[in-house]
Design a protein around this ligand. Sequence first.
Ligand code: ADP
Ligand code: MG
Length: 625
Amino acid sequence: MPDSILEEIFIKRSQQKKKTSPLNFKERLFVLTQDKISYYDYDSEKGKKKSLRGTVDLQKIKCVESVLPEPNAPQERIYAFQIIYDEGPLYIFAKNNDIRAEWIKKLKEMVLNNKDLMQKYHPCFWMDGMWLCCQQEVKQAMGCKVLDGKNGFSYKPFMRRESRKPLPPTPKEPPQPAVSVGMTVIAEYDYAPLTPQDLQLRKDEEYTILEVADANWWKACDKYGKEGYIPSNYVVEAGNGLERFDWYSKNMKRSQAENLLKNENKDGGFLVRDSSKTGRYTVSVFSKSGGESAGSCKHYNICTTAQGQFYLAEKHNFSSIPDLIIYHQHNAAGMFSRLKYIVSDRAQPPSTAGLGYGVWEIDPRDLTFIKELGNGQFGVVKYGKWQGQHDVAIKMIREGSMSEDDFIEEAKIMMKLRHENLVQLYGVCTKQRPIYIVTEFLSNGCLLTYLKEGLKQHPTNIQLLEMCKDVSEGMAYLESNQYIHRDLAARNCLVDSNGTVKVTDFGLSRYVLDDEYTSSAGSKFPVRWSPPEVLLYCKFSSKSDIWAYGVLMWEIYTLGKLPYERLNNQEIVEQVPRGLHLYRPQLANERVYSIMEICWMDKAEERPTFQELALNVQNLLYELQ
Ligand code: ADP
Ligand code: MG
């Protein structure tokens, strides 16, 4: 008998070979040896190993990972892990987290060199013919979550470029609905026209699209035949008639729904979203009862009968989804909570790309200055109102500090960049001196100050990671538009009233007239955020932005410390190209730090893309919640 490396009694889930076979859970003695895992019947009274029930050949293993517990799992089934091999997933439950971690670690080491290790896996169970995480109904369906690094076998989240298969493309942000001329849309928000060319939108009313030439402003007509431009991000395609209900969040994904419901933290909070299966809908509900003290989410698919009627957990049939929702607002009827409280992602209207269609020159007489916000590279920044009611920030560009004509040309391009994690450029006033740059106003100000002073309580890991996620998504959008920031740092991010972080000042450094700032030997050059190739050859790219992103993460996790605080710029210029990296901040665990480190790969091409980073940060966040 070969030597056993680990032995443990686990609960094993039956392998549900057929969709309909009921699941069972049995205690088995698991023995790990050099080349396989064997599991045996076990007589718990006598403490004796009995007959062999099965084996898994280590060479055939493709993935070993933990599994998120099933909703309302009993105590003994909390610490689950999965071993994926050619026969599908084997689910095992350990007594505690330490034992689980020990087995996962050991197994990962032992299969590290296996062929066909998976790059993606399912973080939740396969149950009753469906993956609980992504609701795919094919057992072989590719995992919905990317594994960090080589199948998660090291704490490095990414492998070196050469040996890494490219990740599948994910949709570019923000997802542009396939709207075309003639289509009917429904307003999700009110919109008061900002220019005479614009059309007023009334929430929940229908409009017909007449022109989609500009991605941000569509020409539309209302039911009275009035025509004008509307912000494209204020409307959704009128598909199923559900758009007018506040509980319907069409494009929301499962993880986003869980975040939103958990943030609201209201017992019976719910929303309805499109299921991952086209044409179907899912009700996501949050409840504080039932086990987990922090509350938990469940997702119910809305089913249809052969007669086209709708039902949820129990067979109460309704002729429409709104009727079904009304019923379940009053009756739990099989769900773990009644639908008590509508949770909507439409609380605040988003920023528009500019202040009305085609407007990028703003009349300074429409601006009222309210207070000074700070002083920057180009001079004073003020908070004010546009047309007396819209909050704006106004950068007053000190004469001689900017190459203005070049910037004004560029502003037309910048205006078209629109993303919820970028500070929106509204327009410019160029007919007078000093010229003004008018942008979205963010009431919590600069991220660096916010980290140092603005956080009311000690931030949670989730909060810090959320900030990283916000920045990664804004940057992924810039990257997808081949737009390089060149000065990404906490001082160039702002925080809104909800704590959302947005990136600002993208591309602006190209128009600075100040050698101290633009020359890499200058005292204001962002040396501490620069990779070797920028310090040595001034080579900027999306990959130099990635390096800066790593430093920005470090700023977040040190709550605003100065990177390499003991070194002066000259020392940094010498040492970073020789391999000096920032240390791991106390608040950052190994996983978080490994994301920073991968941003600091010497060779620019080995660094990940922002799209990959955003996915990784998102996955990490998913695990924490
Ligand atoms: P610059 O980039 O020109 O050097 P900043 O953008 O850093 O100048 O602006 C100076 C200060 O003004 C910032 O630190 C921040 O506190 C404040 N500020 C700038 N823009 C905004 C804005 N859009 N909303 C709120 N505060 C802002
Ligand atoms: Mg700035």
